[in-house]
Design a protein around this ligand. Sequence first.
Ligand code: GTB
Length: 220
Amino acid sequence: MLPTITAFEASPDRGRGLARDMPVRWALEEVGQPYHVRLVSFAAMKQAAHRTLHPFGQIPTYEEGDLAMFESGAIILHIAQYHAGLLPSDTGARARAITWMFAALSSVEPLIVQRESAMHSERDKAWYTQRMPLVEDRIRSRLYELSMRLGAADWLDGAFSAGDLLMVQVLRRLSGSDLLHVYPNLSNYVTRAEARPAFKRAFDAQLAVFTASHEVNLQT
Ligand code: GTB
């Protein structure tokens, strides 16, 4: 039985592949696991049926037989544990790759999400122009540290892993800002990952959903 994931029926990212179904799709493509997608509206996400799968009423979710999961990081770890291709078999290297997964989600992404939240909900507040440089400085110093660690390597720790997949997906949220370009090795890291055939398949699949929903909206 193929796993089923959920994704936005009409993603607010307008097909840029920034919503969190994207890294799950990408992980499934990397390991060669076909999957079904169930599209959900914002209203449906908040209803009881979806909340049995996701207590916070969000996407993505993952169903496979009797198993139902939420949280993109946990889903990707599950995929990586049960399929070859996203985690090394050596115990130490595997632990380090998992460390990078957590680093992406808990030490890098929150700083970037803070900036997005400020841009979306605090623009009209008196403190916005003072707060934003501080928020961006925190991102800059974390990117500097990451850039130093990556150095001239292709990936964070040896071969491409689920740690790189999540880190790149997090860094992609800075596309459209100039924050990443200050560190050419990080920009190149993202470009290198985006050139992977699995990334392209995942990206095209989520873009097709946006294009179809956009066409429907134009006709109605
Ligand atoms: N920690 C959870 C995970 O990693 O799975 C977070 C899940 C989450 O934030 N889901 C978002 C959601 O369902 C979609 S991805 N939001 C609807 C709601 O809460 O009602 C976050 C996201 C949304 C939009 C953009 N964008 O437009 O660029 C980017 C990322």
